[in-house]
Design a binder for this molecule. Structure first.
Ligand code: NAD
Ligand code: UFG
Length: 337
């Protein structure tokens, strides 16, 4: 297939491009480089042997985006482009709604106009909110989101589900990611956090390499194995492989499907910290703090639907996730240049 990948130079997008190329798909990337570097294209080429065609285009710029559709006959699209910082989304909600909703609608309208019928969308476990019991199952539907970022994911899910109902040619798979971490094992691509990391593993990585003094553990009084929060961490390469299966599924089946992508197993903050200590070979300092507002105690996926529909099963364990994260951070202390 010839596949448009929006946000393809970003963290999950770049890993997905590598896996798509490995599976003989042709990749065309659209990204405005707001949160990624043009050098990612060379890194993708170093790993896969192919440098994807690239357009530096903002999906909010409808004319520029349409020019990409005029230039290329796509079979499918994987849509990663968007803003993703939960805290920031509470400070500048309109910016988040504009980028993640208006930008997405531009893309969906052009997909309909140019008869690009198959889409995979990056949703998130955040759409379950704290309304349900773990493991989270797709059939629970949409919970109450607690921040504008989460609401943009929920709204995109609603828009795409409605679109698939109205337009019988259109097919979409909405992937609800749990917590993607790790990096490609080459150490060439990985997550480059913008400013002070908000997420656990990027923060641990910077503490392990001495850029931060200690990890702040947000609460140790949850009803979990050791009192710290439990999440379903998934290796980004496993997640990337799930996208290949999902876009191939969308191509063969009409309608819309929501599918969790996780491992089905939860790890506490301290368990992740200790796995990282093993990977980097030294202790990592931490301090227990109060709970972080908005956090839930435990979040992990029911993975049966991914297994049944896509034949997907995550392969890599928490140790490999930490080893690959550490290798990438050590080799790229200043990001991807
Ligand atoms: P990322 O920031 O690394 O990648 C997103 C890419 O989109 C960046 O390269 C950025 O420059 C680009 N972009 C943003 N706005 C754009 C616009 N208007 N036009 C063109 N390009 C634009 O993020 P990621 O971690 O790779 O996440 C990819 C997608 O997955 C996002 O939609 C995110 O919300 C979603 N997601 C991420 C996580 C996570 O923990 N990383 C979890 C659940 C869902
Ligand atoms: N945590 C710490 N210290 C830190 C950072 C995090 O103790 O410095 C803890 C949190 O309290 C939580 C766990 O580590 O218990 C994971 O926190 P993250 O911020 O890494 O991830 P979240 O589960 O809060 O959220 C992430 C993404 C969301 C996405 C969600 C589900 O940030 O965008 O996973 O996919 F919606």
């Amino acid at each position: 297939m010839k596949i448009l990948v929006t946000g393809g130079t970003g963290y999950i997008g770049s890993h997905t491009c590598v896996e798509l190329i490995k599976n003989k798909h042709e990749v065309v990337i659209v990204d405005n480089l707001y949160n990624s570097s043009i050098a990612v294209l060379d890194r993708i080429e170093m790993i896969s042997g192919v440098k994807p065609k690239f357009y530096q285009v903002d999906i909010l710029d409808r004319e520029a985006l349409e020019a990409v559709f005029k230039d290329n006959k796509f079979d499918a699209c994987i849509h990663f482009a968007g803003y993703k910082a939960v805290g920031e989304s509470c400070e500048i909600p309109l910016t988040y709604y504009k980028n993640n909703i208006s930008g997405s609608i531009n893309l969906y309208e052009l997909m309909r106009k140019y008869h690009v019928d198959n889409l995979v969308f990056s949703s998130s476990a955040t759409v379950y909110g704290d309304d349900f019991e773990v493991p989270f199952k797709e059939e629970y539907g949409l919970g109450t989101t607690t921040n504008p970022y989460g609401s943009t994911k929920k709204m995109n899910e609603m828009i795409l589900t409605d679109l698939a109902k109205a337009d019988k040619d259109f097919s979409t798979v909405l992937l609800r990611y749990f917590n993607p971490i790790g990096a490609h094992e080459s150490g060439l691509i990985g997550e480059v956090p913008n400013g002070i990391p908000n997420n656990l593993v990027p923060y641990i990585a910077q503490t392990a390499s001495g850029q931060r003094d200690f990890l702040r553990v947000w609460g140790n009084d949850y009803d979990t194995v050791d009192g710290t929060g439990v999440r379903d961490y998934i290796h980004v390469v496993d997640l990337a492989k799930a996208h290949v299966l999902a876009i191939e599924y969308a191509y063969k089946n009409k309608g819309s499907e929501v599918i969790n992508i996780g491992t089905g197993k939860g790890y506490s903050v301290l368990e992740v910290l200790h796995a990282y200590e093993k990977a980097c070979g030294h202790e990592i300092p931490y301090k227990i703090m109060d709970r972080r507002p908005g956090d839930i105690a435990t979040c992990y996926a029911d993975t049966e639907k991914a297994s049944k529909l896509l034949g997907f099963k995550a392969e890599y364990d928490i140790n490999k996730m930490c080893e690959d994260s550490y290798r990438f951070t050590s080799l790229n202390p200043d990001g991807i240049k």
